[in-house]
Design a protein around this ligand. Structure first.
Ligand SMILES: Cc1cc2nc3c(=O)[nH]c(=O)nc-3n(C[C@H](O)[C@H](O)[C@H](O)COP(=O)(O)OP(=O)(O)OC[C@H]3O[C@@H](n4cnc5c(N)ncnc54)[C@H](O)[C@@H]3O)c2cc1C
Length: 431
């Protein structure tokens, strides 16, 4: 192993591997360090991987990557105890090139992706924990690992160590996160024959469906559940912010059990066999939680920089794109021979000019608005269900009278002024 690398990347998730791949493609001497037995062995994701940002790194990756199904349908469920109001979009154009997104199993996908970085020239070392950054004269000059004599040096260290990012916390880039800035999600992979999946979700072999479930899936608390189709398994999961969990005294595994036995969900899982059970945090603080992302000799990417758009469940694509932007910055810094904070701050500028910070900024008040106003999930979802039930039940009542009754019950349950305030507040949070 050479004494000094151009770049050390900590963490072989989507953010770190993207950065390592691009740097190695440009001939930089790259070390990629992963604490897991192999890349993906410790990684958890609902499973939707976005084509656009991945294709920027590996054109036509779908021809060889281990993908599950291209997603052709996205459904949204507003679920009550024994009913669901649903909407969504199904389009066959998403089932053919160039595709929109795919379901993936991270244990397989991350391994394949990291292999691409290795083929480009990066050195991957697994089963090695980076314990701290080595700082000399206010500059990060390398890392210390849990291996004997495990000190390695580089011009730049890229922190891609995921949501907890103990390393950027050690550098003072961010504080301990508040419970309302992170969500705890538990999920299960359930094996089910592909014929059953196709029948139950109205799909063909190479077509996938995603369902995001709000309302009773989290017992009315801020959060979401998901049910995604793989080739011959389903990913089902549920999560809420830690603060909601504490407030409502929820236990994540109880919530998942509740979801799996819900009458709207249970038939879709029937006959399936649990293959894996996973739990992970998701950074949900958004725009206001993004920490310092560049310092002397160091940049922070992906979940470690809190780059997740929880409203659109986009995280892997933000991780990949931030990895790409960091790589471009490092390559330019190498050319200038300047790895100071002011030089690496170009990464921050690129990030703020990209869709990543623009999208996080758009939804900067969303999580807190919905957390502080529990009526959206607790009251409106059941109201929508009752309204739909009433409207579609054929009982001889004239339709105009039904509409009046529905409006009356909504405004009497919540009050006209409050309803108007709620609509305005929700619109402001997502506009
Ligand atoms: C349940 C769940 C569902 C999700 N669903 C989706 C989805 O459908 N679509 C989507 O786009 N996003 C989704 N996300 C978010 C997405 O998974 C993350 O945004 C994405 O994985 C971030 O990538 P990353 O590379 O920054 O971090 P990670 O994927 O967390 O990778 C970090 C890597 O660093 C390694 N590491 C950590 N510390 C050290 C250390 N000290 N030394 C060495 N290695 C270290 C870890 O082992 C890991 O491999 C979901 C997340 C969860 C938890």
């Amino acid at each position: 192993m050479p004494e000094k690398f151009d770049v050390i990347v900590v963490g072989a998730g989507p953010a770190g591997t993207s950065c390592a791949l691009v740097c190695a493609q440009k001939g930089l001497n790259v070390l990629l360090i992963e604490r897991g037995e192999y890349p993906g062995s410790k990684n958890v994701m609902g499973g939707v991987l976005y084509r656009k940002q991945m294709e920027e790194l590996i054109p036509e990756f779908w021809k060889e990557a281990p993908l599950e199904r291209p997603v052709i349908e996205q459904r949204f469920w507003m679920m009550d105890k024994e009913s669901v109001v649903q909407f969504g979009y199904k389009g066959l154009e998403w089932g053919v090139e160039p595709y929109n997104n795919f379901t993936v199993l991270r244990a397989q996908f991350d391994q394949w992706f990291a292999k691409k970085a290795v083929e480009a020239g990066a050195l991957l070392i697994n089963e090695t924990v980076v314990t701290e950054c080595i700082v000399e004269n206010g500059k990060v000059v390398g890392i210390r690992t849990d291996r004997p004599n495990g000190e390695v040096y580089a011009d730049v260290v890229v922190l891609a160590d995921g949501v907890n990012s103990l390393l950027s916390k050690q550098l003072g880039f961010h504080k301990e996160f508040r419970p309302d800035e992170v969500a705890l999600t538990v999920m299960e992979v359930i094996n089910l024959p592909k014929e059953k999946i196709n029948d139950r979700f109205n799909l063909e072999d190479n077509q996938g469906c995603t369902i995001e479930i709000f309302g009773d899936s989290t017992k009315g608390n801020l959060g979401t559940a998901f049910l995604y189709t793989n080739k011959d398994s389903l990913n089902i999961g549920v999560g809420t912010t830690l603060s909601s969990m504490i407030k409502a005294k929820l236990k994540p595994y109880d919530l998942l059990d509740y979801l799996k036995t819900h009458p709207m969900v249970k038939p879709m899982l029937a006959g399936g066999e649990s293959a894996e059970y996973l739990a992970h945090l998701i950074p949900e603080g958004g725009y206001r939680s993004v920490p310092k992302v560049a310092g002397n000799g160091v940049v922070v990417v992906g979940d470690a920089a809190q780059l997740v758009n929880a409203i659109h469940r986009e995280g892997s694509n933000m991780a990949m794109h931030s990895g790409l932007l960091a790589a471009e910055t490092v390559i330019e810094a190498k050319y200038r021979g300047d790895f100071s904070e002011s030089s690496l701050n170009l990464y921050r500028q690129k990030l703020y000019d990209s869709f990543i910070i623009k999208d996080l900024e758009k939804y900067k008040d969303a999580t807190h608005t919905f957390e502080n106003n529990p009526q959206y999930f607790k009251e409106y979802v059941p109201m929508m269900n009752k309204a739909m039930s009433k409207f579609f039940t054929v009982d001889g009542t004239p339709k105009r009278d039904k509409q009046k009754e529905i409006m009356k019950s909504v405004t009497s349950e919540r009050g006209t002024i409050k309803v108007i305030q709620d609509i305005y507040r929700a619109w402001k949070a997502v506009k």
